[in-house]
Design a binder for this molecule. Structure first.
Ligand code: NAD
Length: 481
């Protein structure tokens, strides 16, 4: 493995990007990044500490006034340049993500790289339309950038999650210090190369690689950070919120989910169940919005089970770099153990295994492979129906009537996404209004990268994408005239 295979320039994998320069971290410790499909070492990356965080925040602080003073149209032009820079290197991004995360290469191109490109396009368009001033009563209300943003991101969509924060914060006139996930940090460094190539002003975007408890917490508590935008687990989000509370530091929180897909009595169940499997198994189930619970009328349970099993059979595990693969490995050993543990728990608690199971798929002993798994007769209170598994595990749950379906769908601590399928669109929309979730897909409606995205309840608060995404990083100031 040479660094050029990862798209990065030689020596960059172990570095940080601070104040417009690629620099070595202060400490000598390094963290391993492994290839999902083989478990082999892919690169050794920085394990940034508090001194590196401080340097990055100071660079962002120094760049902040100049960046805030730029015309929104110049910032929009730079977002466009970043988008074109990603497009030029799209294949390097896609391959790097496939190696780090295990996403099948076709999905990496279409989703892992395609979505960030769309997000940049939509954010740029929203910025060109956005008004930064309005008159309310006797006041001129000006909307100002909140300042220096600390961004912390997970590994499952490592470019999308960074770009969603970066594009919106830069559009608002904020500067950014990113603490990328230590599991899949190479994409963030590739993005730093793009930022460098398109001459984003120094210090406007800084990239740290390090662990959550060290670099992450140093960023969360740094006195000169004005706002935090976090995407990751509810567990880490809770810890970050506690630390931020002491500083009264504003937060945007994009956390976990346990989303339900509800097939109504008159739904086209063949399509609904097929979609449920594809959705739940996308990126090997490592998707925050994964629809991991399929709710069907009890009278139609057998029909749903047959479709789900037949669809899962079309998704055998494969090498994610092969063009035909639709289900790759999980991202890490930790993930593998976690997901197999949940499958065992499902069996122990009495769910009926339709396909898959906790065994390693034959022939896929290297890397972090797990069998695509479908359970039926799942009680809504079972662990596998309540907790985020983050693997290719679908739970089919029967319901008696629509009120009960609403109750089950809303009956977890989360509220990120949901889906509803019905023969009559208007009725399906009415049902969607009853679901407590930030986004609801109606009859397979496509994922939007421009409408507000985010959760309710323990899935977090605040929104990303489009105009609302930018507004997360603006604060109103009322000039009383
Ligand atoms: P994670 O919470 O373990 O880590 C996320 C990031 O937070 C990493 O960069 C990590 O280093 C950092 N971190 C961890 N502990 C920290 C601490 N105490 N202080 C500061 N930073 C800390 O999550 P993960 O395993 O990387 O990602 C999977 C999770 O992310 C899942 O729960 C998934 O649902 C969630 N997610 C949510 C969304 C969304 O938009 N709502 C999108 C993608 C992923």
């Amino acid at each position: 493995m040479t660094p050029s295979d990862l798209g990065l320039e030689s020596g960059r994998a172990g570095q940080l990007y601070i104040g417009g320069e690629f620099v070595d971290p202060r400490g000598s410790k390094r963290l391993p990044v492994v290839e999902a499909a083989t478990g082999a070492l892919l690169a050794e990356v920085a394990d940034a500490g508090a001194a590196d965080v401080d340097e990055a925040v100071l660079a962002a602080v120094a760049a902040q006034p100049g960046w805030a003073a730029t015309e929104p149209s110049s910032r929009a032009d730079l977002l466009d340049a970043v988008r074109r820079g990603i497009e030029r290197r799209a294949e390097e991004f896609a391959r790097s993500i496939t190696r780090e995360v295990g996403t099948p290469i076709r999905h990496s191109r279409a989703i892992q790289v395609g979505n960030p490109i769309a997000i940049l396009e939509h954010t740029e368009a929203a910025l060109r339309e956005l008004s930064f001033e309005e008159t309310i009563g006797n006041c001129l209300v000006v909307r100002e950038p909140v300042g220096v943003v600390g961004a912390i991101t997970p590994w499952n969509y490592p470019l999308q999650q960074v770009v969603a924060k970066l594009a919106a914060a830069l559009a608002a006139g904020c500067t950014v210090v990113l603490k990328a996930s230590e599991v899949a940090p190479l994409t963030a460094l590739l993005l730093a190369e793009v930022a460098d190539e398109v001459r984003l002003p120094r210090g406007v975007f800084n990239v740290l690689v390090g662990r959550g408890e060290t670099a992450g917490e140093a960023l969360v508590t740094h006195p000169l950070v004005d706002k935090l935008s976090f995407t990751g687990s509810t567990r880490a989000g809770r810890r970050i919120a506690e630390l931020a509370a002491a500083l009264v530091r504003p937060l945007t929180m994009e956390l976990g989910g346990k989303s339900a897909s509800v097939a109504l009595e008159d739904a086209d169940l063949a399509t609904a169940a097929k979609f449920a499997v594809y959705n739940a198994f996308l990126n090997s189930g490592q998707t925050c919005t994964a629809l991991t619970r399929l709710l069907v009328p009890k009278t139609r349970l057998a029909e749903a089970e047959a479709v789900a099993v037949a669809t899962a059979a079309k998704l055998p595990p494969g090498d994610p770099l092969e063009e035909g693969t639709r289900l790759g490995p999980l991202a890490s050993q930790t993930q593998l153990e976690r997901v197999r543990g949940y499958i065992r728990r499902g069996l122990d608690e009495g769910a009926r295994l339709l396909t898959g199971g906790p065994d390693v798929p034959p022939g896929w002993e290297r890397g972090f492979y797990v069998l695509p798994t479908v359970f039926s007769d799942v009680d809504p209170q079972m662990t596998i129906a309540q907790e985020e598994i983050f693997g290719p595990v679908l739970c089919i749950i029967g319901y008696d009537d629509e009120d009960q379906a609403v109750e089950i769908a809303n009956g977890t601590p989360y509220g990120l996404a949901a889906a509803v399928w019905g023969g009559q669109k208007e009725r399906a929309i009415e049902f969607a209004r009853r679901l407590r979730a930030g986004t609801v897909e109606v009859n397979g409606g496509a994922f939007s990268t421009v409408a507000p995205f985010g959760g309710v309840r323990q899935s977090g608060y605040g929104r990303e994408f489009g105009r609302q995404g930018i507004e997360e990083f603006l604060v109103p100031k009322s000039l009383q005239l």
